[in-house]
Design a protein around this ligand. Structure first.
Ligand code: SAH
Length: 398
């Protein structure tokens, strides 16, 4: 494309692009030609002028450009985006049977070849996050393609994450297409109904990545007395109660999340008597429960991200150790602990080591029964390990 601004990399800094990693850090760039503006397409070249990629320029970010395509003939624009989004939707159709859910992540950013774009479908509503300068530039094009291909007329924007700030973009939220719904939005996942607050809930409204793990935990919950730490709107709680858990004590620090969780319980006609809700900090609540001499035979811990990047790993490790150690002290012999980390900065290996340390300190022996990851609508590209953020372990106290 003549006239396209160009980035020339420093010698040797083309290596990660040749491995198809989609980020170009500011320190890798030798020269910028042609004064690109935020979101503009740039032609990325090695020091020897070899073509490497088409990318979106982001002058405010340490990640100075994000790759749209590694093929010289695939020039970013409506055709390429339509093709990429079509491939993303086809993957979901192949991987997730429609009867399992009507709530899906249709596009998962870099892992689907669309850096900074998240699109979640909740029944007839699409929730989008445009988190990169490139997505900002192509906003109308991307939203138009998503509407057409998903068949969702209503689009809610939730571009209010920290990542957007790092790209030098102001938060942007609200209904951007279609009419406002006249009643609360409801989804069905694994035969359980959930009301979702796409306007003010956390993230885009629901933690879709835990779908399969909620189902699995539900299957193991029969007859058990459960503690669900960081319960949000009741995902694991309802799965367990629907599958015969004797009782579930659910803890979250968010009042609005718990309010919705209670409504979700009623929506599914589950007896309120088996569910107990506690608005509290899990770190403190686990200690209080120990003092009260409480015991459980299933504990679920699904905390928020403690470590967004590897440099926060040490502090995060202390947090994971603390909650897991204190959860183990509440677990009966033969009891199960399903424990998760969605911190990109904490690897599976590190997470397992943290659990081994917690077990040693608690003086218990743990059998590793199962490993968990994000549901398949959160695909992982081997060349982009950052996309593999969610990991979980099912441990049995012997
Ligand atoms: N398992 C849930 C998702 C959990 S998201 C599901 O399947 O839907 C993490 C939750 O932790 C959020 O609801 C957030 O409000 C809560 N949270 C964050 N810090 C907390 C703390 N210190 N104590 C209790 N809850 C906390």
């Amino acid at each position: 494309m003549s006239g396209t601004p160009q980035l020339t990399l420093k010698p040797g800094r083309e290596r990660s692009l040749l491995r198809r990693h989609p980020w170009i850090f500011s320190g890798a760039i030798a020269e910028v030609h042609g004064a690109p503006q935020s979101g503009d397409t740039v032609d990325v070249r090695a020091a020897d002028d070899r073509f490497l990629a088409w990318a979106a320029y982001s002058p405010a970010s340490q990640i100075r450009a994000r790759v749209w395509s590694f093929e010289e003939t695939e020039i970013p624009g409506p055709d390429l985006f339509a093709k990429t989004i079509e491939a993303a939707l086809a993957l979901r159709r192949a991987e997730i049977p429609a009867e399992r859910t009507n709530a899906l992540r249709l596009v998962h950013g870099e892992s689907d070849g669309l850096p900074g774009l998240v699109a979640d479908r909740y029944a007839d509503t699409l929730v989008v996050q445009l988190l990169s300068a490139g997505c900002g530039k192509w906003r109308d094009t991307l939203i138009g393609i998503l509407r057409e291909q998903s068949g969702c007329a209503r689009v809610q924007e939730r571009s209010d994450t920290e990542g957007r700030e790092l790209e030098g973009l102001a938060p942007s939220t609200g209904l951007i297409a279609g009419a406002a719904a006249d009643r609360p939005l409801e989804i069905v996942e694994n035969d359980i109904r959930y009301e979702v607050d796409v306007a003010a809930g956390q993230k885009t409204g629901f933690y879709l990545d835990q779908r399969d793990n909620r189902a699995r935990v539900g299957l193991l919950a029969d007859g058990r007395e459960m503690l669900n730490g960081f319960c949000y709107t009741g995902g694991f709680t309802l799965s367990a109660l629907a599958r015969g858990a004797r009782s579930v004590l659910s803890i979250d620090s968010s009042g609005p999340a718990l309010e919705l969780a209670r409504r979700n319980l009623a929506l599914n006609g589950l007896e309120a008597g088996r569910a107990q809700w506690l608005e509290a900090d899990v770190f403190g609540a686990l200690r209080t429960l120990q003092r009260e001499g409480r015991q459980f035979d299933f504990v679920v811990l699904d905390p928020p991200k403690f470590a967004p990047t590897p440099k926060d790993a040490e502090r995060a490790a202390r947090g994971y150790k603390d909650i897991n150690l204190n959860a183990l002290k509440l677990l009966r012999r033969g009891g199960l602990l399903a424990t998760f980390s969605c911190s990109g900065g904490v690897s599976s290996e590190l997470f397992q080591k943290i659990l081994a340390g917690a077990a040693a300190d608690a003086g218990v022996s743990l059998l590793l029964r199962e490993r968990y990851r994000a549901a398949p609508d959160h695909p992982v590209r081997i060349e982009f390990p950052e996309g593999e953020y969610l990991k979980g372990l099912l441990l049995e106290r012997r």
